[in-house]
Ligand binder design. Structure first.
Ligand SMILES: Cc1cc2nc3c(=O)[nH]c(=O)nc-3n(C[C@H](O)[C@H](O)[C@H](O)COP(=O)(O)OP(=O)(O)OC[C@H]3O[C@@H](n4cnc5c(N)ncnc54)[C@H](O)[C@@H]3O)c2cc1C
Length: 378
């Protein structure tokens, strides 16, 4: 009998395994991963950026811990900030919340923006919110590999397997518990706890335990672009028109929200998005982008929680030993360290001990009280 069986070994599953084995090395922890190349995993296809500029306190706190964790793991962080552009009123409201939660952010008026970023068109911009420290981008696959390696060196085991079924046993009229996970090869793994860390495929796994999870795989294309003119001090820019861009080495990367935004599209980049939805808007914001050239592109799935665009962390009340760590909606690389620690604390001690992540619990879905995240990117 395994103590904790984790389905999915992307950054979230790896982080749960890392924290379980760090906090209590004697527990047996098994990661079950169906594709050890991680070719389609979001953790391999991410833009791997980190920010404190969220609209909910719990997300800000998770990101602050994410930065601390990156430093602890010695993952290089390009600390160049996010720049949110927009109207004054909403940015001021968010600024208050972010400052109160310890984010190092500053508001810049249009004049200050034009002075600091002379390549930026601020004609229609009232205010910008810039992260001064603890925001930027990092090597996501390096973080994933490091967390997985450390989890294994602390005692977690990793096997290849496709979890197809969840065997339940009845505990009372209203409660069940997981007894075992069933793999595609017909074998079963008996466990005291199971964790759904299946990323964009989490809904299918939850359905195997008769639980509805509003997490949908939504394709996002990331374009790698070259621009002949350099943009000094360019941060990760979030445009009010619904697109983003940032430097990546000597190039830029950029993306937008596709329309329509269907489920489960094949993981091939949609080049039409650049011509139809991105290029002219980018060139309006940064005139030097007139001369942009698409070098290449890739596509990955956002594991989008359609209920409120926030992670779902914890157990469903009717099934106390099946733990969910899903639905990060495009911010799971930066939140995986805090989420993994939180789930490990729940399993080991029955409660959150370091950071109170209960606002992200399953209960809000059942009672219809969304924790809306306003700052969802793409
Ligand atoms: C284009 C793009 C840009 C992004 N940018 C950012 C960003 O800037 N910052 C940020 O923080 N986040 C970003 N994200 C989001 C982030 O990458 C994800 O939130 C995070 O990687 C999710 O990790 P995961 O471990 O839950 O999922 P995954 O990495 O997808 O891992 C899930 C794993 O589960 C396995 N699996 C699934 N079902 C089963 C099963 N039944 N049995 C066994 N194994 C199974 C899969 O093979 C997969 O390896 C971005 C995502 C994309 C696609």
């Amino acid at each position: 009998m395994i103590d904790v069986a984790i389905a999915g070994a992307g950054i979230v599953g790896a982080s749960v395994a890392y924290w379980l084995t760090r906090l209590e090395p004697s527990r047996s922890v098994l990661l079950i991963e169906r594709d050890r190349s991680f070719a389609q995993a979001s953790s391999s296809l991410s833009a791997s950026s980190i920010r404190q500029q969220f609209s909910s306190a719990v997300n800000i706190q998770m990101s602050l811990f994410g930065v601390q964790f990156l430093r602890e793991m010695e993952i290089a962080l390009e600390e160049r900030g996010y720049l949110y552009l927009g109207a004054a009123k909403p940015l001021r409201t968010l600024h208050e919340l972010q400052k109160a939660n310890g984010a190092d952010v500053a508001l810049l008026g249009a004049d200050e923006l034009a002075k600091r970023f002379p390549w930026l068109n601020v004609a229609d911009i009232e205010l910008g919110s810039l992260g001064l420290s603890g925001e930027g981008w990092f090597d996501g696959p390096a973080l994933h590999a490091a967390v997985l390696r450390k989890a294994r060196s602390q005692g977690a085991k990793l096997i290849e397997g496709d979890v197809k079924g969840i065997e339940l046993e009845k505990k009372s009229a209203r409660k069940k518990s997981v007894r075992a996970l069933r793999l595609a090869d017909g074998s079963t793994i008996e466990c005291r706890h199971a964790v759904n860390a299946a990323g964009p495929w989490a809904r299918t796994l939850a359905a195997a335990a008769d639980i509805g999870l509003p997490v949908h795989a939504r394709r996002r294309t990331v374009f790698v672009l070259s621009c002949p003119q350099p943009l000094p001090d360019c941060p990760l820019v979030i445009d009010p028109g619904g697109f983003w861009f940032r430097p990546e080495g000597r190039h830029f990367i950029a993306g937008t929200v596709p329309s329509p935004d269907a489920d489960d599209l094949p993981l091939e980049p949609n080049f039409a998005e650049f011509d139809e939805a991105l290029w002219s808007r980018m060139a309006r914001r940064v005139p030097a982008f007139e001369a942009l050239r698409v070098e290449r592109a890739w596509a990955g799935y956002y594991e989008m929680n359609l209920f409120d665009h926030n992670a779902i962390l914890g157990a469903h009340p009717s099934l106390p030993n099946l733990w969910f760590a899903n639905g990060f909606s495009g911010h799971g690389m930066q939140h995986a360290p805090a989420a993994g620690r939180g789930i490990a604390e729940l399993i080991l001690n029955g409660k959150f001990e370091s950071l109170d992540l209960s606002p992200l619990g399953f209960e809000r879905l059942l009672s219809g009280r969304p924790l809306r995240e306003a700052n969802v990117i793409g």
